[in-house]
Write a protein that binds this ligand. Structure first.
Ligand SMILES: Cc1cc2nc3c(=O)[nH]c(=O)nc-3n(C[C@H](O)[C@H](O)[C@H](O)COP(=O)(O)OP(=O)(O)OC[C@H]3O[C@@H](n4cnc5c(N)ncnc54)[C@H](O)[C@@H]3O)c2cc1C
Length: 327
């Protein structure tokens, strides 16, 4: 049976989100394995150039909802644009990048269109012609293998870097207008402006050594020994998202799917559990050393060296040992 596979793409300021290409690549891979056709969806206003860029790939069509009501992303506007076409056309699979944006509106879209929802997929396999998805559970400690039951569309959000955009197949797809009707109240909010938080003042991508801290550090007041260790190693400080959200370090230190992607020679992960959103930003490091109290923490799966212990004991011991070696 030929499947209809859609990929709904995310963009901002005239640029497609990196993960949009990963969603297109995943859709092409699924179509190749299952048999089917891929349509890409773009929502926005004044997005002809983006549509042309997407159309240069092997797709059955690029379907474009170009409407002033979609000039700014709002969950209500996106649901109002996509739910009717989903209900009317009943595609088999609809893929989204797993981002803050899709986390916000895709569950609402599933509810509004009667579709199934499978968030945060990191892969798929075909077993006896059944499509089985893989997704992390319990903070990435386990992977669940999930099969969708019942009929109707399945909305799937794809975790960052789960699919590579390297194998994207080029082509020449037709661009088709998607008629939408978005009511004045659908957006549910008025966007007054968009501000860049912090900016990327520190370019961690160039660092050879990174000492990264996670929630396990326990607070901004506990950072002094870690800063001392970083200074001794000539390292930049990095962090997981909770550290940034708690205000313990500035936003430009965040590493992961919504932060910077780094590949230093040495990455020291202190009190970081190793959630997939963090791993995608650092797993390309040459040597990873993890310190964590929990021997079952997923960070140990990617670490070359691991210390199961309290970072507040391990870090001062490291500082002392490096000091002794140098003197
Ligand atoms: C759309 C989206 C985007 C995201 N983007 C990012 C991103 O870019 N980057 C990112 O990092 N996260 C991101 N996240 C969040 C991510 O899912 C995790 O919640 C986050 O990475 C967990 O951070 P953590 O490991 O510091 O905290 P936790 O998961 O709470 O882990 C803390 C760890 O510290 C250990 N610990 C506690 N005390 C000590 C001690 N004294 N000594 C040693 N170990 C100790 C614990 O055993 C635990 O393993 C994103 C999430 C979503 C939904």
């Amino acid at each position: 049976m030929s499947r209809r596979i859609w990929a709904v793409l995310q963009h901002r300021d005239g640029k497609l989100h990196r993960m949009s290409w990963e969603a297109v690549a995943a859709a092409q891979e699924l179509a190749g394995r299952l048999g089917g056709r891929v349509e890409a969806f773009l929502l926005g206003n004044g997005i002809e150039a983006l549509a042309r860029e997407v159309a240069a790939h092997e797709l059955a069509a690029v379907r474009v909802a170009d409407d002033p009501a979609l000039a700014d992303y709002t969950p209500g506007g996106y649901v109002a644009a996509l739910a009717p076409v989903l209900r009317a056309e009943q595609p088999d699979l609809v893929l989204f990048p797993h981002t803050y944006q899709s986390v916000e509106y895709v569950a609402r879209l599933a509810q509004a269109s009667g579709a199934g929802l499978l968030p945060e997929a990191v892969g798929f396999e075909l077993v006896d012609e059944q499509l089985i998805w893989k997704r992390p559970i319990f903070g990435g400690k386990l992977h669940a293998r999930v099969r969708a039951k019942g009929a109707g569309p399945l909305l799937v959000s794809l975790q960052s870097a789960a699919f590579s955009a390297d194998g994207l197949r080029a082509g020449a797809a037709p661009v088709q207008k998607l008629a939408v009707e978005i009511g004045a109240d659908d957006a549910g909010r008025e966007i007054l402006g968009v501000e860049q938080a912090g900016g990327e003042q520190v370019d961690l991508t160039k660092a050879d050594v990174i000492v990264a801290v996670g929630r396990g550090v326990g607070g901004a007041d506990k950072m002094a020994p870690i800063e001392e260790l970083a200074a001794l190693l000539g390292a930049e400080l990095g962090a997981s998202r909770p550290v940034i959200d708690s205000g313990w370090l500035p936003r430009d230190r965040q590493i992961g799917s919504s932060g910077q992607t780094v590949a230093p020679k040495l990455y020291l992960a202190l009190g970081i559990s190793g959630a997939i959103q963090h791993l995608v930003g650092m797993k390309g490091s040459s040597v990873i050393v993890a310190v964590n109290k929990d021997g079952g923490a997923p960070i140990f799966k990617v670490a070359n060296y691991g210390v199961v212990g309290d970072l507040h004991e391990v870090v001062p011991a490291l500082v002392q040992a490096i000091g002794e070696l140098r003197s």
